[in-house]
Design a protein around this ligand. Structure first.
Ligand SMILES: [Zn+2]
Length: 288
């Protein structure tokens, strides 16, 4: 499933092809991709609008729209499992899995392609409604080591599910949480309030380093689904330390990587590098 680095890659690559373009026409092939809006209302909102910016928030691609130089809402995409966005010249073969198409004034078109149909392309006039509950961006200056240490301590949750929670930190998913925890040498089942200041600093740095490097490699492609808008696979899967490496040797210590299930999510870690949290010792029942 695309996470922050994959969605950032999509936004960066489609931005130069979309900025300044106007929408000429809309084709909706699968209504549910619009997330509840009628195809007619979607068309009315989009046709004639001009794209002024393309950016990312968490795992969402956000496209700013205007009309007559006034803000005119946003187009917000979420790729979910198998969504892809391509901006291509007329005549490009969009495949049978195309769900929505926006025709642009330069003859190109934006194609929203989605095999499994969980992806969404919303139009909204209230961005906060879609994005308001998200936590800070982990690569922004809001995400400081001090804030992170304080929030880990306050939350009292297991690290793995806490880091997946988009209202805590935005954009992390299964891959980059597992990779970050390994890099920080922290067990996924550690309670967040047991994390010491030095460990929290390590985890903060690990999250930023892993995401930054994954963006440089244009994300991770380990199945048939995620491809950049240029149709290429990402490269970060070649640098996975733990994710999708069950039974393979740890890159640090050579122990076999373990896979367990935490909150229904496959979770990969090294038993040697990421020591298990201490279980509370049973109170002694022997007489003094
Ligand atoms: Zn190890």
């Amino acid at each position: 499933m695309p996470e922050l680095p994959e969605v950032e890659t999509v936004a960066r690559l489609i931005r130069p092809r979309l900025a300044g373009r106007s929408v000429r026409g809309v084709l909706v092939r699968w209504k549910r991709t619009l997330g509840g809006m009628s195809a007619r209302a979607f068309e009315q909102a989009l046709v004639g609008a001009r794209i002024t910016a393309v950016w990312r928030r968490a795992k969402f691609v956000v496209i700013d729209l205007e009309r007559d130089a006034q803000p005119a809402g946003w187009l917000v995409g979420h790729l979910r499992m198998t969504g892809r966005i391509h901006v291509e010249p007329a005549g490009w073969d969009a495949s049978a899995y195309e769900r929505v198409r926006l025709e642009l004034d330069d003859g190109h078109a934006l194609h929203f392609i989605d095999v499994r149909k969980f992806g969404r392309l919303w139009f909204t006039r209230d961005l906060n409604e879609l994005l308001g509950a998200l936590g800070p961006e982990p690569l922004s200056s809001d995400f400081t080591a001090a804030w992170f240490a304080q929030e880990l301590h306050a939350r009292r949750r297991l690290l793995k599910p806490l880091l997946l929670d988009q209202s805590f930190v935005a954009g992390l998913g299964n891959i980059y949480v597992d990779e970050s925890l390994h890099r920080a040498r922290l067990h996924p089942l550690r309670r967040s309030d047991s994390v010491k200041p030095v460990e929290s600093e390590r985890l903060h740095a690990a999250i930023r380093a892993v995401l930054t490097r994954a963006i440089e490699r244009e994300g991770s492609s380990f199945d048939a689904f995620y491809r950049t808008p240029e149709g290429k696979p990402g490269g970060y899967q070649d640098e996975f330390a733990v994710y999708d490496r069950e039974g393979e040797p740890c890159v640090t210590c050579k122990s076999a990587i373990i896979k367990i299930v935490v909150g229904q999510r496959g979770t990969h870690f090294c038993r040697t590098c990421q020591r298990a949290p201490r279980t509370r010792r049973r109170r002694s029942v022997t007489a003094p």
